[in-house]
Design a protein around this ligand. Sequence first.
Ligand code: IMP
Ligand code: MG
Length: 177
Amino acid sequence: MERDIERVLISAEELEAKVAEMGKQISKDFEGKEPIFVGVLKGCFIFMADLMRHVSIKCSMDFMAVSSYKGTTSTGAVKINKDLNENIEGKHIIIVEDILDSGITLNYLKKYLEGRNPASISIATLMDKPARRKADVYANYSCFEIPDAFVVGYGLDYNETYRNLPYIGVLKPEIYE
Ligand code: IMP
Ligand code: MG
């Protein structure tokens, strides 16, 4: 698995420090608001697990599963495979996503959830690739701004593999070419 990685973009230590910082900031900003963290599966699972351990306020968690990607290029289509279990009306929502790329997924998701009248919707993303943005969506919280490269690890996959790498790595181009 490791031999498919060209270089480490973000080390485990850097991830730990930035994710902790984000957890503390969100705790400060949402003090007394009891937000619902909505994780976007599957990519969020490691990031969210680490983030939540640095969130010190009363809150709840729920998950959605969406698919928009085949391989390394967006199909532009978003499909909801698993919806929320909780009622979000009047609640403060924080969407937790692995990476904001074209923005098509989050733009769709945000609009979809807005239709259920939450008090607010914020976006917390581990990584942001602003160079590839197509939809008008931005992150309220972002740990790392990254260049236009296809990355894997720490929850992110290429065709369902590499999610278990403890760091963010750039995949060798020959793996997906
Ligand atoms: P968007 O709709 O283009 O913003 O894409 C969002 C989704 O595409 C993310 O939640 C990821 O699952 C996937 N994605 C985008 N870029 C990458 C990448 O570099 N590596 C792995 N998955 C990615
Ligand atoms: Mg994802």
